[in-house]
Design a protein around this ligand. Structure first.
Ligand SMILES: NC(=O)c1ccc[n+]([C@@H]2O[C@H](COP(=O)([O-])OP(=O)(O)OC[C@H]3O[C@@H](n4cnc5c(N)ncnc54)[C@H](OP(=O)(O)O)[C@@H]3O)[C@@H](O)[C@H]2O)c1
Length: 305
């Protein structure tokens, strides 16, 4: 397969490119900065510079591709979510998806499948409710953003393209993501849960996000929304206990919700959310998780870190 990976230079994209190459596929990333991309992506990855605002050259790139994976998006990890920054979060996802979909629709021959990133943020804060792919979206900025992001991807169906919207949870992997930020208080012996610790924490190992992407690219039965979360979901308090055990550090010092909001602003708010997300489609269609249990997942990440 020839696979085009937009935003393939990031935390998830680099791993995806590596696994695609190992599986014998041809891979090219779409990046806003080809020079920087060369230092990031594995050897053997093709590199094409693009601008989601000026997507004229895309048609040529996509015309001989079998599949497109879209991971583009400004990182949410900024401390202050100003109105301008929120607009950037939306535009970097919705506009890049629209540009790709427009080119996919015009391409001949056109790719058969689009795997588009989305996020469990689509469900909002839902307490004890079990959330499957059939659950309705929740409320709030991140939920509305994800709905618009998914709608933009859905437009590719007009051209008979299979569309998979991967609702990604909190990804645990070395060299990036939320875990890197959660580790430092534990290293300083002051780790513990945020807020009550009762909130459900929808984690997934990086290898399984990438595994699900490869699975979605190759299996026609995978279509529509797919929750990319581990079946071994835990509450945040339990997550911190296991992390402390694996790191041989204490894990009892809770960070109160108000302090978290004060330090990390709106992003901190999302860390207090409870999202009991279940990977129903992945399990029903037979995807075999490499890391269904948290302790093994954390041990694997920390052994590499
Ligand atoms: N990591 C997680 O836990 C997680 C959870 C849920 C959802 N997701 C979603 O999954 C996708 C990939 O996640 P990731 O962790 O790999 O993200 P990442 O490391 O931040 O990489 C995202 C890529 O998007 C491109 N990008 C950044 N800002 C952009 C902008 N303003 N306009 C267009 N493109 C931009 C960058 O590529 P270039 O600079 O090369 O163009 C970057 O390498 C993202 O859309 C993210 O929202 C991630």
């Amino acid at each position: 397969m020839r696979v085009i990976v937009a935003g393939g230079t990031g935390f998830i994209g680099k791993s995806l490119c590596r696994e695609l190459l190992l599986a014998g596929h041809e891979v090219a990333v779409l990046t806003r900065d080809a020079t920087r991309a060369r230092e990031r992506v594995p050897q053997g990855t093709g590199i094409t510079q693009w601008s989601p605002e000026r997507p004229e050259g895309l048609l040529h790139v996509l015309s001989d591709a079998d599949a497109v994976v879209n991971l583009s998006g400004e990182s949410i990890a900024a401390s202050r979510w100003t109105p301008e920054f929120k607009q950037k979060l939306v535009d970097s996802r919705v506009n890049s998806t629209r540009a790709l979909v427009q080119a996919i629709r015009q391409a001949t021959p056109r790719p058969k499948v689009l795997v588009n990133a989305s996020a469990v943020g689509i469900y909002g804060d839902r307490g004890e409710e079990e959330l499957t792919e059939a659950s309705p979206p929740g409320a709030g900025f991140l939920a509305e953003l994800a709905v618009r992001w998914e709608q933009a991807a859905e437009e590719a169906r007009e051209a008979d393209v299979r569309v998979v919207k991967l609702r990604i949870g909190i990804v645990l992997g070395e060299g990036g993501g939320a875990l890197e930020k959660m580790l430092w208080p534990f290293r300083l012996f002051v780790g513990g849960p945020f807020g009550s610790g009762r909130q459900w924490f929808p984690w997934i190992h990086l290898d399984d996000v990438v595994g699900l992407m490869l699975y979605a690219l190759q299996d026609d039965r995978v279509d529509g929304a797919v929750n990319a979360v581990s079946p071994g979901i835990v509450r945040l308090g339990e997550f911190c206990r296991v992390l402390g055990r694996v790191m041989k550090r204490p894990s009892w010092l809770p960070v109160p919700g108000f302090a978290l909001r004060l330090v990390v602003g709106e992003l901190g708010e999302t860390l207090l959310w409870s999202q009991r997300v279940l990977p129903q489609v992945a399990l029903r269609t037979g995807y075999a998780f490499r890391y269904p249990q948290l302790e093994e997942a954390l041990r694997a990440v920390l052994a590499k870190a």
